[in-house]
Design a protein around this ligand. Sequence first.
Ligand SMILES: CC(C)(COP(=O)(O)OP(=O)(O)OC[C@H]1O[C@@H](n2cnc3c(N)ncnc32)[C@H](O)[C@@H]1OP(=O)(O)O)[C@@H](O)C(=O)NCCC(=O)NCCS
Length: 154
Amino acid sequence: MTIVRLVTASDKPQWLVLWKKYLEFYASTGNKAAEHVPDTVTNTTFSRFLDDSEPMACLVAEDESSKTLVGFAHILWHRNTWAIEDKIYLNDLYVDENIRCGGVGRKLIEAVYKYGDEHGMPTVYWRTQEFNHRAQLLYTKVGIRDGFLTYKRP
Ligand SMILES: CC(C)(COP(=O)(O)OP(=O)(O)OC[C@H]1O[C@@H](n2cnc3c(N)ncnc32)[C@H](O)[C@@H]1OP(=O)(O)O)[C@@H](O)C(=O)NCCC(=O)NCCS
């Protein structure tokens, strides 16, 4: 059975393994930034997850019997001119490739929704690459498309 919980400091070695695989996944899709995430960024990101004053959190999926981490959801939250409460952005989602299509990705997203409800941030949104059809198989079940396109500074 897989449970989802907030990350702790002692999870770092296992989280790091998944994080590297996640960056490799993105690098394999042609994302150059994923090839060059420096260790200082990785370490800062992880320490921010543990810092209550930072608007970021990491939920990890753990196989209860083996105590192995099998996935993560990284979230951050921010102000919104259209509402009083902050909204959550799901920045990263990853499930170990050996256990995909077993419902863990869904569990992670549902845990993000629960986290949002418990912290007064019911709005959750995220992006995906248009060719990431596998992720979209999950997203169409747990979310709706909002019709916005993303642009960035060249
Ligand atoms: C995207 C990702 C997180 C999904 O995780 P997962 O654990 O495989 O997802 P789940 O098993 O919870 O959900 C998959 C859903 O899609 C469905 N699905 C998966 N493969 C399918 C297929 N080939 N045909 C039809 N439906 C399929 C499943 O039935 C499931 O729906 P259900 O919960 O109603 O049964 C995982 O594939 C991953 O980590 N990919 C690499 C990184 C990535 O792309 N991250 C997202 C970046 S935006």
